[in-house]
Design a protein around this ligand. Structure first.
Ligand code: SF4
Ligand code: FES
Length: 378
């Protein structure tokens, strides 16, 4: 086993969570995918020993939770080994999965290896619509079976769904489906327009009236089902007054490792030009967390410009999302323009109106690499 990672200086708290993007390979083609336009290929992926080293270093650094994600993490043949290693070094493991490729045998093996939690995505409460959104016929029925398998194995299940134009009228039905499937928690998040999703913004964005109606319905059901299921409701920030503290603040709580080992402060950080990302192939995770130029670029509040610089909320939302600020204003240092105090806020209203008038555009589905054929779809 490798040497433990150096601990960061006392003024810098350890990250709470690590998002391990084990692979970008995925059987689905969701138009709202937040992974980057250029996906990492299978040939460049970190090997099992690399990931074991990363997980050991994460535990030594103070990370508590590892989110095993992708793409579809079940596309990795060594998934059970990775879960077992995380359990051995004391990390809580959450598998973020589409469910495709998760056979009953694999669920049992993961449970046996010490997996703590499963987060299963669904695309809609209507199965035909769900398959259309995923670009995969039969996906929804398969997910239903996987949910039953996870519950049977005694693993806590969270169902998560991304809400957008095609399913916004059934947001409440999605929540009820999660209850019917035995989930203890449901995460309902309105689409964010990063990565591939940015390309589909005109196909995905609901009108303001649709979004407001969905928010009301979910909040009503959240109250009605309190005690039955925990509802995590992430409201669409295009319709909010203040931005969210994206990633809990840049370089404050979370660390993201890509399939090839680059370490990012957020999953979309590579969209910001000029940032230098270090890799776990060359350096220890603790060094990267403390000193990587990309993590230092927007950590804290010293980098801020007005109106954030003198705003009393700057330690609450950290100026919102750097990637969204860049995408909509051209400068990642600006306040996230979803903030009503941003001088660029009118751009958000203009986009909502422009993208939602007229019929929805056709989806651009994610392409699939030949390597995806390796995923067991039985
Ligand atoms: Fe947050 Fe900046 Fe808006 Fe203040 S001005 S609420 S810090 S985004
Ligand atoms: Fe990068 Fe929000 S997605 S900071």
């Amino acid at each position: 086993m490798s040497a433990p990672a150096p601990v960061p200086p006392p003024s810098l708290p350890a990250p709470i969570g690590l998002l391990a993007e084990l692979t970008h390979r995925c059987p689905l083609g969701c138009p709202y995918c937040s992974n980057p336009l250029e996906l990492d290929g299978r040939e460049g992926e970190l090997g099992t020993d690399d990931w074991r080293r990363v997980f050991s270093q994460a535990a030594a650094l103070g990370v508590m939770q590892v989110h095993l994600s992708g793409g579809e993490p079940a596309a990795r043949r060594d998934l059970v080994d990775m879960v077992a290693h995380c359990a051995a070094v004391g990390l809580y493991t959450n598998l973020i999965t589409s469910g495709i490729g998760l056979t009953p045998k694999l669920v049992a093996a993961l449970s046996e290896a010490g997996l703590d939690h499963v987060q299963l995505s669904i695309q809609d409460a209507d199965e035909d619509s769900a398959d259309r959104i995923a670009g995969y016929r039969g996906a929804s029925a398969r997910k239903r079976e996987v949910a039953a398998e996870v519950v049977r194995a005694g693993l806590p299940l969270t169902v998560n769904a991304v809400i957008h134009r095609a399913n916004v009228s059934r947001a409440g039905a999605v929540l009820e489906r999660a209850i019917a499937w035995g989930a203890r928690r449901v995460e309902i998040a309105h689409a964010q327009y990063y990565g591939w999703a940015r390309r589909n913004r005109a196909a995905l964005m609901p009108t303001r009236a649709e979004a407001v109606a969905a928010i009301g319905e979910i909040e009503r059901l959240k109250a009605a089902h309190a005690g039955t299921i925990v509802v995590d409701h992430v409201i669409p920030d295009y319709h909010a007054r203040y931005p969210k503290a994206c990633m809990g603040g840049w370089g404050r709580r979370l660390i993201n490792v890509t399939p090839t080992g680059r370490v990012l402060p957020c999953h979309a950080a590579e969209s910001i030009p000029g940032l230098e990302f270090w890799t776990v192939r060359d350096r220890a995770l603790g060094d990267i967390w403390a000193d990587s130029p990309a993590f230092r670029a927007y950590r804290g509040t010293d980098w801020m410009v007005e109106p954030c610089r003198s705003c009393p909320r700057k330690g609450v939302d950290f100026g919102g999302c750097r990637c969204q600020a860049l995408a909509l204003t051209g400068d990642a240092r600006n306040a996230d323009p979803v903030c009503h105090l941003s001088p660029f806020h009118d751009r958000v209203d203009t986009i909502v109106l422009a993208e939602t008038e007229g019929p929805a555009a056709a989806y651009a589905y994610r392409g699939r690499s030949p390597a995806d054929a390796s995923i067991d779809r039985s």
